[in-house]
Design a protein around this ligand. Structure first.
Ligand code: ADP
Length: 445
């Protein structure tokens, strides 16, 4: 403001000088007048140039700043009209650029947030096969470091030939291509890869992790195979015995009685398995409600022991209670009793006649612990992680069970918010047990 005032004053002084010289010129010679006019003109030109040069230089600096990414600088709107117009235009352009840049930044942040939270892997490949964009999930699935692979061409080709092949196919066919591929080292993941060509000749790759789905399919297939297998054995032996009876064994009373006894045993086993399967299905589908209540753990143990008293007597085994029988449990009484029966039944079946089974009841700060310890042959260490699986039988010939008992135990205990465990030493015996939270919450299985 001050500067422009000074510039104007200088122009006025010059004009006054010119006027006075003009008046003087009446008495001067023609040559002198021309010289004076030239001097005044030159001075005026210098002053005008000064007034224009400075704002122009500042504008150039602002423009350069914008070109280098500094969108906050603005030009000084002063000087002659044209210069002011130019400065305003430059400032408008800077405003627009700044707004646009902010919009782009916000969009990029949103995209980043969406890509970061996706469960699917997403990659964008440019037309020279460089990785242009990769979200954290895709990097995790492909074993890539995002910082390292961005902009790299050979990473996909070298490390994931199946994916590169799919990429080439999609480029050739100019249409979306899909394939199920396996990724990962030790823990193999089943991935459904989709490659979609975009208009810009870029390729969008979407990776869906379907491992859980395939695992569920495998479990169902195994389950059906296991059930069929478990049913086939008793059914075949029943069929054979009926055939033998019809072929004449019926006439020999002793033989016939033996067959019928064995048939009754097979039928009992089949019935038990069907009942257990039904119970497992109900537990897994969440149809069974927990009827919660409070009761003494010692009493429940006595009831469970009473239920299998016949087996214990026939095997001359006795059960001793250790710990705190007065401990109170909170849960579904009937289901927890069934858990104890299953554990005691196994302990009896898998330990020698005349041995002792110990039930331990202990209280910790947040949970209660119930264990059933036997002095049997124990479980092979490699089988320990699998004993609670459905249909798992470590020694089928000796137990003759269905392999479903412990799976039911695990379901019931986990539905109570507890967890199961097993400890075993070959030749010394096993301890199967569970812990329950002190106050189980009401809920459905
Ligand atoms: P089942 O007893 O009907 O075979 P379970 O699910 O109860 O089915 O047990 C699964 C397997 O775990 C058994 O077949 C057996 O190999 C092993 N197991 C269970 N309890 C014991 C135990 N107390 N001692 C040794 N092995 C056991």
């Amino acid at each position: 403001m001050l500067k422009s005032l000074r510039a104007r004053l200088s122009v006025m002084v010059m004009l006054l000088m010119a006027l006075s010289l003009g008046v003087l010129g009446v008495w001067l010679t023609t040559e002198l007048r021309a010289l004076l006019a030239l001097i005044v003109g030159s001075l005026l030109a210098i002053i005008y140039t000064q007034a224009v040069r400075k704002p122009l230089r500042l504008m150039a600096e602002v423009a350069l700043g914008i070109a280098n990414g500094d969108f906050h600088r603005r030009a000084d709107v002063s000087g002659p009209t044209e210069i002011r117009q130019l400065a305003r235009a430059l400032n408008n352009m800077a405003d627009n650029l700044e707004r646009e840049l902010h919009r782009v930044q916000v969009t990029a942040e949103k995209l980043q947030a969406v890509l970061g939270s996706l469960r699917d892997g997403v990659l964008l490949i440019d037309n020279r096969e460089n990785i242009e964009l990769i979200n954290p999930r895709a990097a995790e699935m492909l074993g890539f470091n995002v910082e390292v692979v961005l902009g790299k061409r050979d990473t996909l080709l070298l490390r994931h030939p199946e994916l590169s092949e799919l990429l080439r196919q999609a480029r050739r066919e100019v249409s979306a291509c899909y394939r199920r591929i396996l990724l990962g080292g030790q823990a193999v993941r089943h991935i459904r890869a989709a490659v979609l060509p975009l208009e810009s000749k870029r390729m969008l790759i979407v990776l869906q992790d379907l491992t859980e789905v395939y695992t569920a399919i495998d479990i169902r297939r195994d389950f059906v195979a296991n059930v069929s297998h478990e049913l086939r054995t008793p059914l075949t032996s029943l069929g054979l015995m009926v055939e033998n009876l019809l072929r004449g064994a019926l006439d020999e009373r002793d033989v016939a009685e033996d067959f019928l006894r064995r048939m009754a045993g097979e039928i009992e086993r089949l019935t038990e398995m069907v009942m257990e399967l039904l119970q497992l299905a109900r537990l897994e589908s969440g149809q069974e409600e927990l009827r919660m209540g409070g009761f003494l753990a010692g009493e429940l143990v006595q009831e469970a022991v009473g239920t299998i008293q016949g087996l214990l007597v026939s095997r001359r085994q006795n059960v001793v209670l250790e710990g705190e029988p007065e401990l109170s449990l909170s849960g579904d009484r009937e289901k927890l009793k069934q858990v104890l029966i299953n554990l005691l039944d196994n302990a009896s079946k898998f330990s020698p006649e005349g041995s002792t089974i110990t039930v331990g009841l202990r209280e910790h700060s947040h949970e209660v612990d119930c264990s059933v310890k036997d002095r049997g042959a124990g479980v092979l260490p490699e089988h320990l992680p699998r004993v609670y699986e459905r249909f798992f039988k470590s020694s089928p010939s000796r137990g003759g069970g269905t392999g479903l008992g412990l799976a039911i135990v695990k379901h019931i205990i986990e539905a109570h918010g507890g967890s199961v465990y097993v400890r075993s030493k070959l030749g010394e015996g096993s301890t199967f047990g569970f812990t329950l939270p002190k106050k189980s919450e009401m809920g459905s299985i």
